[in-house]
Design a protein around this ligand. Structure first.
Ligand code: FCB
Length: 438
């Protein structure tokens, strides 16, 4: 079958062992302790249960596993030589996966910036991109003989905007100018890493959360608002990567707010380093209107209104609208506008789970969500989009960032008291679904 089925996780969300074998704190250790109130100190204890978890993945029957390496496990404090114990863990993980016939899909950055680097400016500092390149080289040197699929920076939009502008993710800053600087430095980090890991036979990708910005109506004001929203989330990342330039309208919008992307000569060539695939993380679509609730078309600062409207459809238990049709539209749009082969690097849903006495969860709604979205991938493929894989988020329940442990995305249920893993109905269904491409 010419289609990759997989499940995904990330280091901080599952590993635990936060202070073990030389690992030092990342911004998520700090933020989870200070703001969320629950931490990844133990999480799914994957660091100690890795072989058991690989067996779990094998039982699902998927051919691939997407995980991330923890920067501060590999390179404590974010500078200097590699940490032998940290590198040895990923070495064992990769060997274990390969021994079980599972292809490792490695993501270099899934949000756990070393705290020391944040203290030195974090992603607002240009130097962080070069620190990231050094860290990436440590991972690459160690694993390049066995890992063929390399992802760079997971969802840079979330890092820059949720982390530096809205303050709801680590590092919790509320500074729009910082988010703009972070955007450029994350892209630079991506380009530097993409250059490094791009060797013959390797596949390089960046997993983006692109969403869909649909105009709330045909009204030209709504159409313009949706295009602006698309610029701020999708095109601001996609155009530099594909074409080596930021979209002119986005640059103008930023300038109107007094912001400038800190581009230096040569940066755009680095950012446009060739990649082989675009990773698509999709959860829900959004609508946009160009008028606020009072009918105004500009805000108090005189800027055009861009008002998000939730599509009026059933929602998951995170309040995310369920919009599989938008997923098809998105995949077709990415195929048409950017021409990359696509792989769905994340898709999944939170619903309240009620384990029975044996720990089994009859998660009908999650199963229906996955089925509808896999069908949506099938519809996009039938219409010509080159979608080559689908990774369900997530292998198992885990630390869901600002939501802590209350919200569960897993196909496998985790009892956090006993660390017992029990495949849910969705896992059994998924295993059955894998016999043919969508
Ligand atoms: C994505 C993240 C992933 C997970 C899902 C639900 O934005 O990449 O780690 O938390 O959302």
């Amino acid at each position: 079958m010419d289609f990759t089925w997989g499940v995904a996780t990330s280091a901080y969300q599952i590993e635990g062992a936060a202070a073990e074998d030389g690992r030092t704190p990342s911004i998520w250790d700090t933020f989870s302790r200070e703001v969320v109130g629950e931490t990844g100190d133990v999480a799914c204890d994957h660091y100690h249960r890795m072989p058991e978890d690989v067996r779990l993945i094998k039982k699902l029957g998927v051919g691939a596993y997407r995980f991330s390496t923890s920067w501060t496990r590999v390179q404590p404090n974010g500078r200097g030589p590699g940490n032998p114990a940290g590198l040895a863990f990923y070495d064992r993980l990769v060997d274990e996966l390969l021994a079980n016939g599972i292809e490792p899909w490695l993501t270099l950055y899934h949000w756990d910036l070393p705290q020391e680097l944040e203290d030195a400016g974090g992603w607002t500092a240009r130097d962080t991109a070069y620190r990231f390149a050094d860290y990436s080289a440590l991972v690459f040197d160690r694993l390049q003989d066995r890992v063929r699929n390399w992802g760079t920076v997971n969802e840079p939009w979330c890092v820059a905007y949720l982390g530096y502008e809205h303050g709801v993710f680590a590092p919790g800053r509320r500074d729009p100018a910082a988010a703009v600087a972070a955007t450029h430095h994350l892209l630079l980090a991506h380009g530097l890493a993409a250059r490094l890991v791009k060797t013959p036979g390797n596949s390089v990708s960046i997993p983006l959360n692109i969403g869909t910005a649909t105009p709330a109506s045909d009204d030209p004001l709504d159409v313009a608002a949706a295009w602006r929203a698309d610029g701020n989330v999708a095109r601001i990342f996609l155009d530099p990567i594909r074409h080596g330039r930021y979209p002119a309208d986005v640059v103008e919008d930023l300038a109107a707010r007094g912001h400038r992307l800190p581009v230096r000569p040569g940066d755009m060539e680095i950012i446009a380093a060739p990649i082989d695939m675009l990773g698509v993380n999709f959860y829900f679509g959004q609508d946009f209107a160009g008028r606020d609730l009072d009918g105004n078309t500009v805000d108090a600062a005189g800027r055009p209104v861009v008002r998000e409207i939730k599509p009026d459809v059933p929602q998951t238990d995170l309040g995310w609208p369920i919009t599989p049709d938008r997923f098809t539209t998105l995949l077709l749009r990415l195929h048409r506008d950017y021409g990359y082969p696509l792989v769905v690097t994340e898709n999944g849903a939170v619903f309240e789970d009620h384990p029975d006495a044996g720990g089994f969860v009859e998660d009908t709604e999650r199963t229906a969500y996955l089925a509808a979205h896999i069908d949506a991938v099938g519809a996009a493929r039938a219409l010509g989009a080159d979608v080559r894989g689908y990774f369900a988020w997530s292998l198992m329940d885990n630390f869901e960032w600002a939501e802590g442990y209350a919200k569960r995305f897993g196909l496998v249920h985790v009892d956090y008291r006993t660390q017992r893993r029990t495949p849910k109905r969705s896992a059994l269904w998924f295993a059955d679904r894998l016999t043919s491409a969508p």
